[in-house]
Structure formats: structure tokens, C-alpha cells
Design a protein around this ligand. Structure first.
Ligand code: PLP
Length: 437
């Protein structure tokens, strides 16, 4: 074998601590606000929906936080995940650039989401919580939390955006296999769901509506807390295992990435990969470039406004300072369900505001063109979400070909597309439109 393509770490290299970017920001983040008073939210405002141990992580200014041993043991079922050099894609593009990807699709749920689902279930269990309520779009988060709850013996109820519930039965079946109860949202289970359905019986749902339903369920059901799969600080914290492992694997490969790319929906897989690199830029004077990639039809970071906004449609969450398209924004129906969210992680938003990251947006057909090229060169069929990262990687590699630059490009391949083949069918048959609505 001439060129090594796979860089594996032994199990003892699963990070023992999560990395928190918050204390390394050159300027502190604006606090969440109470929606009524517009004063900084009190910790007690969050206690109705989150356990104290996770609230502590949400507001922590510690740079490193220990990963509990029980969580590391579960991480060991699929971590450390592989780092792979995409030599066949490099050859197809005839580029002098080297392309690496961190592959998070080896988790049981097929994406990076269990990295946070497992610790969230663990901390809730520690706090004596018996039942977790959550929302899911395409089902990646719901299935990850369903698995994590099952492993810790907690009940799980998932409000799944109706359009996905109807069009994508497989992740619903994964959730049910892992013991969760799944409701199509808007549902008849909550006051808010009933109100939305009364106004629009055919409402196809949105993440914002499903979050409102899950929060209402939480505050009305005893022994229940709420779990969110992205956006929040503690989720970005948990996902930092991705970037920390990758930094060691790039050392094994003997290269330094010039540019690091990830797709961004709520921001968690991007944060997980990018934040440890941003920390090095800030503390060690390195200059790795970070790029978040999003759909042109839900362009939160590239066309949204940085402002205090609600995380949900019913205006129940604290106000978060984030790039947002507005909490009543109904994202058009595209095949990258995981990227259809009106807001963006406040930490990713703050990094963008401070100029620590760049952002790009692409239309859907260019995304699938990139996904198919990747599948045909590297073998792996990517989820449509990380295909956004692949699109930007290809553009960087083509640019390197034109300038003769030997740059090193790294990206996060945060999930496989084996349950997204219906989207590929639409693309391959030539009937895919930029938006399905
Ligand atoms: C959920 C999901 C996303 C979007 O969420 P982020 O928090 O932005 O990471 C992207 N890709 C996959 C595979 C997902 O499951």
C-alpha cells in the first residue's frame, strides 16, 4: 500500500475531558435573557426543563470538563472514530490538495448525535429524571436519544416533524426499536400542537413547533425533563470529542489542516470539530481557517440577523443571542432535514461575530452533485447534511488545483446517508428541484 488512508486511535485516546471554548473567547458571550423581563435569565428559569448538572455545563467557564467513566465506556462502542484520507476524491479532482475526513457515521445511530445524547441521558439519570421529552427533524437526534435513554433505563418521548414522520419511516422505527414513543408534530398531545392543527390541519410541522411541543410536555409531566440535540452550549461541549480526536489523528498523519469544514444546522457537529481548532488558534497563535456550510434555502449564518430570538415557535425558550431567520420562519422542504432550523448555536454565532469562522451557503442540486461524486470515489454514501461540507471541500480542492497550492483540507463527515436514499433517488432520476415546496 503506497499512501496510508486510515488513521485510527486506540480506545485509551477517547478524550477524558470535553473542551469548552467559552473561556477562550476574546469577548464574553451575551447571556440568554428571560423573555418577559429581558433581564439575563436566572438559573432557576432553566430548572423547569433541564437538570442542574447540565445547567452547570451550559453556563460553565471551565476550559475542560471531565467525561464520566460510564459515558466513556459507552463512547467506546464506536469511538475513537476513524480519520480517513480521501485519496480517490483527490485523484478525481486532480488536485494537489490533501483531503481528510473524520467519520462520525460509525455510531449506532449513524451520526455524531450520540456524542451528546449519551451524556445527556447519563446526567438526567444521575439527577433522578425518569422520562425525557425531545423533538426531532429527520430523526437523527430522536434516534440517538432513544438509544441513549434505553442504555440508561429512562423513558423517551419524541415529537417528530410531521413531514419526516410520514416520509421517513425508518428512523421512526429505529426510535421505536430502542423503546421510544414517537408522535408526529404538530400533534394532538399538547395545547400548542392542537392550536397549530386547528389553524392549519395540514401543517407539515417544523423544528420550532416540535420544540414547543416537547417543552410543553416536559413542564406538564412529572419527573420529565427536556433534551435538545444541538444549539446549546453543553451540546457543543459534548461534541468536542470530535475535534480533540482529530487533532491527534492529524498528528498521526503528519499533517496540519489549513482549512476545516463542517455543515451547520444548529451548529453542533461543526462546533465539535471546529472549536478545539479555534481554541488552538486563540491560545497557540495558529491560523487554521474554519468554514461552516449551510443550505441556501435556510441561510442562517450567511443571511440571518444576529439578534436575541426564541429557540422555538411558541416563544417558550429564553431569548438567545444568535444568527436567526426569525422564530416563525418556515424553512422550505429540502432533503437535508438536519439543516432546517431558523437559528444557530449562540457559541457558533459568537465565533462568527468575532470573525473566528467563515460561512458559506449552497443550493441543493450542487450538494447532491458533490455527494454522488464522493460516493463514487470514496465508496461511502454521505448524509445530505455533510454533503454541504463536501461541496465546500471540492470547491477548495479545485481552487488549489488552479493555484497549485498544496493545502490540507479537513472536514467532518457527520453521518451516513443509508436512510436518505429516497433523496438520492430524486436526484438520480433528475426530478430534484431546488426546493420541494
Ligand atoms: C442533526 C444533524 C445535522 C445538523 O445538526 P448540527 O447540530 O448542525 O450538527 C447535520 N448532520 C447530521 C448527520 C445530523 O444528524
Amino acid at each position: 500500500m503506497s499512501t496510508p488512508v486510515k488513521f485510527n486511535l486506540p480506545a485509551e485516546e477517547i478524550p477524558k475531558q470535553w473542551y469548552n471554548l467559552a473561556p477562550d473567547f476574546p469577548e464574553p458571550m451575551p447571556p440568554p435573557l428571560h423573555p418577559g423581563t429581558r433581564e439575563p435569565a436566572a438559573l432557576s428559569d432553566m430548572q423547569a426543563i433541564f437538570p442542574d448538572n447540565l445547567i452547570e455545563q451550559e453556563v460553565s467557564q471551565e476550559r475542560y470538563i471531565d467525561v464520566p467513566e460510564e459515558v466513556r465506556e459507552i463512547y467506546a462502542l464506536w469511538r475513537p472514530t476513524p480519520l480517513i484520507r480521501a485519496v480517490r476524491l483527490e485523484r478525481a479532482l486532480n488536485t494537489p490538495a490533501h483531503i481528510y475526513y473524520k467519520y462520525e457515521g460509525v455510531s449506532p445511530a449513524g451520526s455524531h448525535k450520540p456524542n451528546s445524547a449519551v451524556p445527556q441521558a447519563y446526567y438526567n439519570k444521575q439527577a433522578g429524571v425518569k422520562r425525557l421529552a425531545t423533538e426531532t427533524g429527520a430523526g437523527q437526534w430522536g434516534s440517538s436519544l432513544a438509544m441513549a435513554c434505553q442504555l440508561f433505563g429512562i423513558e423517551c418521548v419524541v415529537y417528530m416533524v410531521r413531514v419526516s414522520f410520514n416520509q421517513k419511516p425508518y428512523r421512526k422505527l429505529m426510535m421505536q426499536t430502542w423503546g421510544a414513543t414517537v408522535h408526529a408534530s404538530p400533534s394532538l398531545e399538547t395545547d400548542f400542537g392542537r392550536k397549530v392543527l386547528a389553524d392549519d390541519p395540514d401543517c407539515s410541522g417544523s423544528l420550532g413547533i416540535a420544540i414547543s411541543e416537547a417543552i410543553e410536555d416536559t413542564v406538564k409531566t412529572p419527573n420529565t425533563k427536556y433534551a435538545l440535540g444541538s444549539v446549546l452550549n453543553h451540546v457543543c461541549l459534548h461534541q468536542s470529542v470530535i475535534g480533540q480526536e482529530t487533532i491527534k489523528q492529524m498528528e498521526l498523519a503528519g499533517e496540519e489542516p489549513d482549512v476545516v469544514i463542517g455543515c451547520a444546522g444548529g451548529g453542533s457537529n461543526f462546533a465539535g470539530m471546529a472549536f478545539p481548532f479555534i481554541g488552538r488558534n486563540l491560545r497557540e497563535g495558529k491560523s487554521t481557517r474554519l468554514i461552516a456550510v449551510e443550505p441556501e434555502s435556510c441561510p442562517t449564518l450567511t443571511a440571518g440577523e444576529l439578534k436575541y430570538d426564541f429557540g422555538d415557535t411558541a416563544e417558550t425558550t429564553p431569548l438567545l443571542m444568535m444568527y436567526s431567520l426569525g422564530h416563525t420562519f418556515m424553512p422550505p422542504s429540502i432533503h437535508s432535514g438536519g439543516l432546517r432550523y431558523h437559528g444557530m448555536s449562540p457559541m457558533v454565532s459568537h465565533a462568527r461575530k468575532l470573525g473566528l469562522i467563515d460561512a458559506k451557503a449552497y443550493p441543493q442540486l450542487q450538494i447532491f452533485e458533490a455527494a454522488v461524486l464522493f460516493a463514487r470515489t470514496e465508496g461511502l454514501v454521505p448524509a445530505p447534511e455533510p454533503a454541504h461540507a463536501i461541496r465546500a471541500v471540492i470547491d477548495e480542492a479545485v481552487h488549489a488545483r488552479e493555484t497549485g497550492e498544496k493545502k490540507v483540507i479537513l472536514f467532518n463527515l457527520c453521518g451516513h446517508g443509508m436512510l436518505d436514499l429516497a433523496a438520492y433517488e430524486t436526484y438520480l432520476s433528475g426530478t430534484m428541484k431546488e426546493q420541494e415546496d
